[in-house]
Design a protein around this ligand. Sequence first.
Ligand code: ADP
Length: 599
Amino acid sequence: MPGRLGGLGWRLLVRVLFFSSVITLLLTLLQLYFDYRRDVQAIDLRMSEIDSVYSRSLGDGLWRLDARQLRLQVEGILHLPDISYVELREATDRAVPAPFVVTAGSRQANAPMRREFRIIYADHGPEQLLGILVVEATFEPVYRRLVDTAAVIMVSQAIKTFVVSFFILLIVHRLITRHLTAIATSLRGYDLRGSHLPLRLARHSPRPADELDGLVGAFNQMYSGLQAAYGDLREREAKIRRLVDSNIIGILIIDLDGQIIEANDAFLRMVGYDREDLVAGRVRWTNSPPEWREADPARVEKVKTTGALQAFEKEYFRKDGSRMPALVGVARIEEAENQAVAFVVDLTERKRAEAELAHANRVATMGQLSASIAHEVNQPIAATLMNAGTALRWLARQPPNLEEATQAVEHIIKDGKRAADIVSRIRNFSKNAPAQNGDLEINEAILEIMTLARAAASQHGVFVKMQLSEGLPPIVGDRVQLQQVILNLIMNAIEALSEVGEGSRELLISSSEGESGGVLVAVADSGPGLPHTNPERMFDAFYTTKASGLGMGLSICRSIIQNHGGRLWAMPNQPHGAVFYVMLRTREKSLENLESSEA
Ligand code: ADP
């Protein structure tokens, strides 16, 4: 079967048949037209010949009125091709009652061609009209011939067209359609996963290569290109899969409205949810403690406008309601307007280690302070003892002086409160309580910690000056941690001041509004000052210049301040010494600054 019905071959066949039929028809009509003209001209010519050939002998016959000869001649004319009727009539101007008439053939009502010839006799004397010859021709044989011609042309053309078309069909099938069908069949079996031999046609390739070779070549080239691209894609996919499945960090695909579209096991493990919760939409990235959610809208805006967020810290709620501190980075997915990929690192362990370290540092600081604190507590106790003796003496008087005794007891109460206050400060400070990020007045916190630091300062002969600005905005943070930082800076300053022999040992603690709207705390001393080369290394862990130093203080202070979104740095003091600055964010500032500082 050379190709299926409706296939290319058949459609070609139908078109060839149609066009050749139309052309055959037109050519046939043209041919018939010319045949017709030629035949009609031939009849016309014959009529003229009749005149020139017969008029003389007919004139003779009429002159002699030779009826037999005239009849013979008339019938002779009738026998000429296409002549259907001949009539010879004697001219009527001669006074003959019944003119002589000879007819042959049958007269038609509407003869397509009719001629009348005058028969003149000019042999004797002047010309004389002897009679009229009427000749009629019929076109019927012409028409019959035309029909025959048409039939022959039609039949022969039809046969030729069919035969040619069939061969065209066969040739098209052999040259094209069977290959196209074979190509289609084998292409169906191709996919990008397996390895396939290049596509080949079942034929001897012609020289030079034809369009089919071009097609096959193009396909093979495209296929190997696609395979290479697919291989790259799979390799990339495998790498990304490896990253996601390694479950070292949490990876999410999120919708900026809050939905988590996809999450790896690592993330689910971190927040204690399972895959079912994820599918049911119970895990949302907005599921954070309120103080951490305030920054979300600004972050979403930033992802939308800049396409990415630098790593930032936040907290998520676990399924059991506990908090998970995390480091998060976000990058928008280019192809999807409202989607992004987020990387989440669980900071729980790190935060715990940091908290432990910070706690150890507080305990160590307390140890450092123990002598001066003992002195500080000793003072009210000594005063109490003294006042108790005084009170006893006033009571032993006769009569007892109640007024003086009462006053002494009031002193006892005051000193007892003072001692209790110091002890409770120490306890609070040394406790390992979880951080609390509330609003807090920095001046209050500074004054509170000074009750512990003052004793150390006075023990080392350091003169402490305070310059606390009024009306500072509250800052966000953990009181104990911020006090720890300030106490560390004060202790460092006192130690630095102890190194300078004689001379003024001055310590200035100030608070003020920072340039960028935060709150700035400065601890300035008149000690030996910062190391000359690379003062930044003071903040490195284990950097110390002290015989019994650990070198952890400033590094812990810096990480506490950074966790609060603030900054800790040092500058030389004038004329000598060092100033340590702590810049803290107020609540409004911490949201406002998000865009600029996290960029
Ligand atoms: P440590 O006090 O155990 O040495 P720190 O991290 O608190 O650890 O301090 C690191 C170092 O920074 C100190 O050893 C000291 O050399 C330097 N340093 C800290 N504060 C001051 C200061 N106010 N003046 C001069 N140097 C200081």
